[in-house]
Write a protein that binds this ligand. Structure first.
Ligand code: AMP
Ligand code: MG
Length: 398
């Protein structure tokens, strides 16, 4: 049986970045950059005012105070977006606003709160140092500076920065089509009635949501019956239509578990099918004709855990991520978390807004009730009790 790390390493080794596409910057959130982006311009693009006020020569107002104001001639005005064409001579000033280009000859801006306007002149009530209240061209970003590296997952900050440098489109890793299957004779579509012994199918909606968040385009396929031919046909259809196929159920050692066998009959190569972890021990990872397959266990919690630990990194890697493994949010235990078993156990936890972490309740992998209040997983090593106050990393899904 593989360790979690070994299984992740095999997945990340097998899956390669798989093509790129150009998207509008506004649509690029959550996507992975396919190439480094350097700034085509400097930011700010020109020296400009940090205040509403007056552009001055600092030497003209050197000794100014409320008692002994310096009187300056207002020779023009430059609202943000316009340029004052002239140049300041001794005793001149120009009315400016935040973001207005600094006129030639000026070397400081006096904020308007320190000025008193009088007809065509202004009384300056306070001195300014040279370059006070001036934002210099290029002080924020130099031309040619690296803005975001290839493999970065784009978020708000990157998108704002790229927009400010005039980048309209970016090249990102292509979004994988992720086929989502659910297998089991007991499963019924929501909305219909349940016969005795049946349950509503509940994995596909959640897995599709997680796949979308991981940057994939999910496609939900019909429920698959526990019959070898049906499983084969469903896998074939999904593998043909998608880049990555994610099924749940039918991967244990029961007599009705046909998924692994069906996959190999279609020509798929199974990379591994058991990982030492709880929940989620039976888990198939394989490849078939350049497509990737994950056969997740059917228990909804097991499927969730396996998705976060194995499938999300694969989808990220497929899109070219440099850091495909799930990020861990630092937290502190507010109560003990214990694993008496001999495999690492991912426990469902609720992390509060201040970082405190509690168990989300019953941890059995068929229990759904605690899922709604949980927002992440904490990995507890075998035969370990983590005490209250322990610092942990939370793999968050909300
Ligand atoms: P299996 O992995 O097929 O042995 O299923 C394990 C458990 O998960 C069984 O109780 C199934 O009924 C349940 N299960 C499997 N697939 C789903 C699904 N898509 N939605 C809800 N429950 C499921
Ligand atoms: Mg089943």
């Amino acid at each position: 049986m593989l360790t979690i790390e070994a299984a992740q390493a095999r997945i990340l080794d097998a899956v390669k970045p798989s093509g790129e596409e150009s998207v509008a910057l506004a649509d690029a959130c959550g996507r992975f950059l396919a190439a480094d982006i350097s700034s085509p311009i400097e930011l700010p693009p020109f020296d400009n005012s940090a205040m509403d006020g007056y552009a001055v020569r600092a030497s003209d107002v050197a000794g100014a105070s409320a008692e002994r104001p310096a009187a300056l001639r207002v020779i023009g005005r430059a609202p943000a977006g316009s340029v004052f064409a002239g140049e300041l001579a001794a005793g001149d000033c120009v009315r400016l606003f935040t973001g207005s280009p600094l006129p030639r000859g000026a070397d400081a801006v006096v904020m308007q709160e320190d000025c008193r306007a009088e007809a065509d002149r202004v009384l300056v009530l306070d001195a300014v140092k040279p370059w006070e209240n001036v934002r210099f061209a290029g002080e924020d970003v130099k031309r040619g500076a690296l803005l975001a590296a290839r493999g970065t997952r784009l978020g708000f900050g990157h998108i704002s920065l790229l927009a400010a440098t005039g980048v309209a489109r970016v090249s990102v890793g292509r979004a994988p089509r992720a086929g989502i299957l659910g297998t089991g004779d007991e499963l019924r579509e929501a909305g219909g009635p349940l016969a005795p012994g049946q349950i509503f199918e509940s994995n596909r909606a959640g897995l599709a949501l997680l796949a979308r968040r991981a940057g994939a385009v999910p496609e939900i396929f019909p429920i698959v019956r526990d019959e070898p031919a049906a499983v084969r046909a469903a896998l074939r259809a999904a593998l043909d239509a998608c880049d990555v196929v994610i099924s749940s159920g039918g991967v244990s050692v029961g007599e009705h578990d046909f998924v692994k066998e069906a996959f190999t009959q279609l020509g798929g190569t199974v990379g591994f099918w058991q990982v030492a972890m709880k929940p989620g021990k039976p888990l198939v990872f394989g490849q078939c004709g350049g497509k990737f397959f994950f056969g997740l266990p059917g228990n909804p919690v097991s499927a969730l855990v396996c998705f976060l630990v194995f499938v999300a990194p694969a989808l990220a890697r497929w899109q070219g991520a440099t850091e495909p493994l799930p990020p861990l949010v630092p937290g502190e235990l507010l109560e003990a978390l214990e694993n008496r078993g001999d495999r690492p156990h991912f426990l469902r936890v609720t992390q509060d807004a201040r970082g405190g972490v509690r168990s989300a309740g019953t941890q059995a992998s068929h229990v759904l009730n605690s899922l709604a209040s949980a927002n992440g997983l904490v990995r507890v090593p075998p035969r370990t009790a983590l005490p209250p106050g322990e610092r942990v990393g939370v793999m968050r899904w909300e």
